[in-house]
Design a protein around this ligand. Structure first.
Ligand code: CTP
Length: 439
């Protein structure tokens, strides 16, 4: 019996896939098809896949061509599979020509001509992608634009700013730029709001009233009452109002949360998160309002606190150092948060530098995420006995902004923007900002 094996993502299964499977099967008697797991795809930078692993496996099975379907989960697995299933021929489309020659040591490698004129990427791009308009003035928007180029499901088409001085790059690339927000709303399906938090309430309300989905750079607003009104409006209009804390959408961070929730370090007693960056101010245009350290970093630093310890804290106190150049703005803020049986601290700095690490302490062990933890691909689970320590690594491409955009598009498709950050956590962040302002 001649056993043939082939691999692919098989997203939105098309006749190019079917023809490949048929020809692979014809090379022998028994065909094994490896379908890539979601994680493996994400780790190798393929972030636009639309169907879940389950759906893709079902589609491959439904062709009736494969004799066996397996899941491809890790780098190098092909060698293991070839040995395990005693494979005679490895077959793949000619777009991979040469790439898998290293497998010749284990079996015959055949590159089959690829079917012209069709691909999963082409099908995905035919679908209507979400047209996003960006609002703000900091140089960060240039990064967001660049990252959006990796995401099929969104198209950043417009920019609205009161100060374009830091935004020449995006301005040249988008189809439309304006300083009139109402005009921007006319041209897009959704907005990404990165303006000063004081402006968010009005801008979010206007976007929702115009029927546009919103991704806002956290904090949403600075007062709880505004929060309640805006979330109610979004619900009533069936629109996505999603928290833009990019850390939440990164694989390493979301895996870390699951690990903590599954009890790997016992009961969590303390969460300590520090986020600082001195360059933050330089990113804003000369005429733009600066953000304080809490506005800039508070939401990100509070994210693991609320997601791990919950939002029912009993006490909070602030230590703040004002920016000597601008008295109204905090350059450094430390917040102590007390829970009945746990404690947390966050440190946020735009005028003070510190080690940007995250430590989650539990009754059995702790998790250490090195600086800058908010865009990490790596963390360690540490125990009393170092031989039990575990290191975890997850690929992170670019600045991670692309994952947030992918999830925004998914949220719009599925009608649920709370999968990664629940409303409770968003509300608690706004509540903390209000307490900070009124302290
Ligand atoms: N394939 C093919 N002809 C096509 C498209 C894909 O022969 N027109 C083959 C690929 O060479 C591979 C298998 O089908 O051996 C699975 O490919 P996959 O990467 O899942 O599909 P693509 O359509 O190439 O996906 P994408 O556009 O996301 O790269």
């Amino acid at each position: 019996m001649v056993t043939v094996i082939t691999y692919g993502t098989y997203d939105l299964l098309h006749y190019g896939h079917i023809r490949l499977l048929e020809r692979a099967k014809a090379l022998g008697d028994y065909l094994i098809v490896g379908v890539t797991a979601d994680d493996f795809d994400r780790q190798r930078g393929k972030i636009n896949v639309q169907q879940t692993l389950e759906e893709r496996v079902a589609a491959v099975k439904a062709t009736g061509i494969a004799d066996k379907v397996i899941i491809e989960e890790y780098e190098g697995q092909k060698i293991d599979d070839i040995k395990r299933y005693d494979v005679d021929i490895f077959a793949v489309g000619s777009d991979w020509k040469g790439y898998f020659d290293y497998l010749q040591e284990y079996c015959k490698v055949v590159y089959l001509p690829r079917t012209e004129g069709i691909s999963s990427s082409a099908i995905r791009s035919q679908e209507h992608s979400v047209r996003i308009g960006m609002v703000g003035y900091s140089a960060f928007l240039n990064k967001v634009y660049n990252e959006s180029q990796f995401v099929n499901a969104v198209d950043v088409t417009a920019l609205c700013s009161s100060d374009f001085s830091k935004l020449e790059q995006v301005r040249q690339n988008v189809l439309f730029s304006t300083s009139d927000y109402a005009q921007l709303l006319d041209k897009v399906d959704a907005v990404y709001i990165h303006s000063h938090p004081d402006l968010h309430a009005k801008q979010i309300q206007q976007a929702l009233e115009a029927g546009k989905h919103v991704l806002y750079e956290s904090p949403m607003v600075m007062e709880k009452e505004q929060y309640t009104e805006l979330t109610a409006l979004a619900r009533q209009r069936n629109l996505i109002l999603m928290e833009g804390i990019r850390t939440a959408y990164m694989l390493a961070y979301s895996r870390l949360l699951l690990l903590v929730k599954s009890g790997k370090i016992g009961r969590v007693v303390s969460v300590d998160a520090t986020c600082t960056s001195l360059s933050m101010y330089e990113n804003y245009g000369p005429h733009s309002k600066k953000w304080g350290s809490m506005e800039d970093w508070g939401p990100t630093a509070l994210l693991p606190v609320f997601q791990i310890l919950g939002t029912d804290y009993t006490d909070v106190d602030f230590f703040t150092l004002n920016d000597p150049a601008d008295d109204g703005i905090d350059a450094f803020t430390k917040v102590n948060i007390t829970y009945p049986e746990a404690t947390a601290t966050i440190k946020a700095g735009t005028g003070v530098k510190s080690e940007g690490e995250l430590i989650i302490s539990g009754t059995k062990g702790y998790i250490y995420v090195p600086a800058p933890w908010w865009k990490t691909d790596y963390f360690e689970v540490r125990y009393e006995h170092p031989e039990n320590n575990r290191r975890q690594f997850y690929q992170l491409e670019g600045d991670g902004i692309r994952y947030e955009l992918v999830e925004f598009a998914h949220a719009i498709q599925k009608g649920n923007g709370e999968f990664y950050i629940s409303r409770d956590v968003s509300r608690a962040i706004v509540d903390m900002m209000e307490r900070f302002k009124k302290r």
